[in-house]
Design a binder for this molecule. Structure first.
Ligand SMILES: NC(=O)c1ccc[n+]([C@@H]2O[C@H](COP(=O)([O-])OP(=O)(O)OC[C@H]3O[C@@H](n4cnc5c(N)ncnc54)[C@H](O)[C@@H]3O)[C@@H](O)[C@H]2O)c1
Length: 324
């Protein structure tokens, strides 16, 4: 990175992490990094933050033990600091998880930039702000990236990584490698997309759900059950694209698009439908072929079915679960 003035470890060798903002997500990050064997310093301005954080880590720890702790991992390797400066002074990576308010993020990221050793990557957990909008006040914005997690960060593997207009691409690469080394599953975006990938999808679903509640078309309970007893079971195994490719039977996604593509324009959704032109059609079919990675439709059906059964068994919803 251009602004580097002190040796920065390789992403795989970084051992000291600072978590700034230690609520639901920051605390979840703390638990994750501790379980992966990092030394963690945390800072949060709330008067009860330290006690809250300890409670969160204690509550998460049994699950983390079940998943398997990294060698040397210990909840005792957490230090809650009295100041932001102490938290980041020796950090080799910083994860910011403060409230989702643009001005707060702008000022905090500038403060972190000033206090963190040169060249150390600083990632924001933001759920949707583009880094371009958040890095405006920082003196060295090149090391600022988005590292968007999912709740709880110690169990859900995905992190979406993306830079802003003034982010050094090397910082994006460093962050992606760091998260991988820390046991996360990383998607790196090559451009800024509001809401990134997963929240854009979640928001579309959520918007429809809220429409249905507001108009009395469905209850909150029915909406949740419609997912947990329905598509959600499949989505834990395959994403919406391959799931729909299987809905096309032996014809896969091509048949699915021929069959149901026209209904994209039906009033099933309140969102404007994309034009299903040839380029989009081809991209979706080819993307499904890529994702299948040589597996036939029959292979994918068997894989999906095994996976759904495993999820049902794991969540105690498999008839006769516990009998074996
Ligand atoms: N909750 C989710 O499911 C979720 C998922 C992904 C990303 N995020 C993102 O993570 C970030 C944190 O969200 P959360 O759900 O943990 O919120 P939260 O309200 O649980 O926690 C925010 C924490 O930030 C602290 N804080 C307040 N002002 C601060 C400051 N100036 N500097 C540092 N810390 C400060 C608060 O005391 C609080 O402990 C947000 O950017 C949010 O969009 C949330």
């Amino acid at each position: 990175m251009t602004e580097t003035s002190a040796p920065i470890p390789s992403p795989e060798d970084a051992r000291r992490v600072a978590c700034v903002g230690a609520g639901v997500i920051g605390g979840g990050w703390v638990a994750h990094f501790l379980a992966r064997g990092y030394d963690v310093r945390a800072w949060d301005p709330a008067p009860d933050a330290a006690a809250r954080l300890r409670r969160l880590v204690d509550a998460a720890w049994p699950a983390l033990e079940q998943l398997g702790l990294a060698p040397g991992a210990s909840a005792n390797r957490l230090t809650v600091t009295a100041t932001l400066d102490e938290a980041v002074a020796e950090a080799q990576f910083v994860q910011e998880s403060a409230p989702e308010k643009l001005d707060l993020k702008r000022n905090l990221l500038a403060e972190l930039d000033a206090a963190t050793p040169a060249g150390v990557v600083i990632a924001s957990s933001t759920s949707g702000y583009p880094m371009t909008d958040m890095q405006t006040e920082a003196v060295t914005p090149g090391r600022l990236v988005v590292g968007h997690p999912f709740n709880p960060p110690y169990l859900i593997p995905l992190v979406e990584v993306v830079g802003g207009e003034r982010t050094d691409p090397e910082a994006v690469r460093w962050a992606a490698r760091f998260y991988e080394a820390a046991g996360k599953s990383v998607i790196t975006l090559d451009r800024e997309v509001p809401g990134f990938i997963a929240n854009r999808l979640q928001e579309a679903l959520w918007r429809e759900a809220l429409h249905m509640v507001a108009s009395g078309e469905a209850t909150v309970h029915d909406i949740d059950r419609s997912i947990t007893e329905g598509p959600g079971l499949r989505w834990a195994i395959m994403g919406p694209m391959l799931t729909f490719a299987l809905a096309g039977g032996e014809g896969g996604m091509a048949h699915m698009l021929d069959h149901f593509g026209p209904s994209l324009k039906s009033p099933w959704t309140r969102l404007a439908a994309p034009e299903l032109d040839k380029a989009l059609y081809d991209a979706v079919v080819a993307g499904c072929d890529d994702a299948a990675d040589g597996r036939t439709i029959a292979d994918l059906v068997a894989e999906r079915d095994r996976g759904v059964i495993a999820v049902l068994r794991a969540t105690g919803r498999l008839p006769g679960a516990g009998a074996t």
